[in-house]
Design a protein around this ligand. Structure first.
Ligand code: SAM
Length: 172
């Protein structure tokens, strides 16, 4: 089997979330499952719940991380965020990387769902590759407004190498 690499942008984002071994986590739009590969070895009592609306996304994440699924640390479901049901109601952190819905359209219902399931002090991280700098104001503005409207306190993370921006919502 071909060994899949973890892109530096994903490693940076996982590092930026300061994950603890007991964190209850949600990933929205897991795609190839690279973030799960980096996060799951860090978890002890913590768990990661990954969703993707595409069948190929959940298949890839599951196949790549079968060992963590078998160990009970990772659950992967094919579901659209709009119809989210999480086994854990009290999430410490939720995150998405390169998932455009948070800045391209009205996502008030989806963001409210996540806000409802986070603990007080919990965080939602929206990461985007920042290769096209001219697009950034639109991305940052759209995502920040969506988080603020749901009641999050909004802050920002920035990396030039790898080029990544993170819009962070903290639930008061
Ligand atoms: C560009 S890919 C990014 C994959 C991965 N996060 C990464 O950075 O490599 C976006 C993923 O988000 C998923 N996605 C987009 N909107 C979604 C939604 N509303 N609910 C669940 N998954 C969604 C897509 O199916 C796709 O797999």
């Amino acid at each position: 089997m071909v060994r899949q690499t973890v892109p530096p942008r994903i490693r940076w984002a996982v590092g930026a979330m300061d994950i603890s071994s007991s964190d209850q986590l949600l990933e929205i739009g897991c795609g190839p499952g690279a973030a799960a590969e980096v996060i799951c070895p860090r978890l002890a009592s913590g768990k990661l719940f990954c969703i993707d609306r595409s069948e190929s996304g959940v298949d890839r994440t599951r196949r790549r991380n079968q060992v963590f699924v078998d160990a009970g640390r990772l659950t992967v479901r094919q579901i659209d965020l709009a119809t989210l049901r999480v086994p854990v109601r009290r999430l410490d952190k939720a995150f998405a990387f390169n998932v455009n819905l948070f800045w391209v359209r009205d996502c008030a219902d989806e963001v409210a769902l996540i806000h409802d399931r986070l603990v007080s002090g919990g965080k939602l991280f929206l990461f985007y590759e920042a290769r096209m700098r001219e697009q950034l104001p639109k991305v940052v503005g759209g995502a920040s407004n969506a988080l603020a409207a749901a009641g999050f306190e909004v802050s920002r993370l920035d990396s030039t190498e790898p080029p990544v921006i993170g819009i962070v919502g903290t639930k008061p």
